[in-house]
Design a protein around this ligand. Structure first.
Ligand code: ZN
Length: 128
C-alpha cells in the first residue's frame, strides 16, 4: 500500500488524470500497477471465498515507478492484465458490443453511434 505522500505523487503523475483513459480522477481513484503484481489468494473456510493472503507474485512491482493513477473503471477492467493485454481487451469492445448489445446495435442503426477504426492509445502514452 502506498503511503499518503506516495499516493499524492502518483496522483500528480498525469496532472490528476487517469493514466489510461485520461478522465479526471475523482474521490476513490485507484493505484494500478502498470506491470501487474498479481495477488496470491487462499481459500478462507469461514468466509467461503478466496481472500488475498498478503503476498504477491511480483512484489518488486509494488513501487512508485510502476504505479499508475487510474479511475476505478480502468483499474477494474485492466484487472491483472499487462498493458498490451488491456489494449487488446479494449480493442475488442466494439466487436462484443456489435455481437451482444441490442441497445448498442439499435443506437447505431438510428445514427447515434459512429464507429471509427483507430489504435487504442492510452493517455499516458500521449502525455509529456
Ligand atoms: Zn480511466
Amino acid at each position: 500500500m502506498p503511503t499518503k505522500k506516495e499516493r499524492e505523487i502518483i496522483f500528480n503523475k498525469f496532472n490528476g488524470r487517469c493514466a489510461y483513459c485520461g478522465c479526471e480522477l475523482t474521490k476513490g481513484w485507484h493505484v494500478d500497477e502498470l506491470e501487474p503484481c498479481i495477488r496470491n489468494h487462499r481459500w478462507d473456510r469461514q468466509k467461503r471465498k478466496f481472500v488475498h493472503d498478503g503476498t504477491y507474485q511480483h512484489p518488486e512491482r509494488l513501487n512508485i515507478d510502476n504505479q499508475m493513477p487510474a479511475c476505478a473503471s480502468c483499474n477494474i477492467n485492466k484487472h491483472s492484465e499487462s498493458l498490451e493485454g488491456f489494449r487488446q481487451l479494449i480493442a475488442g469492445f466494439l466487436k462484443s458490443l456489435n455481437r451482444d448489445s441490442t441497445q448498442y446495435k439499435i443506437a447505431k442503426r438510428y445514427g447515434f453511434i459512429q464507429e471509427v477504426e483507430k489504435p487504442v492509445v492510452f493517455y499516458f502514452e500521449t502525455f509529456n
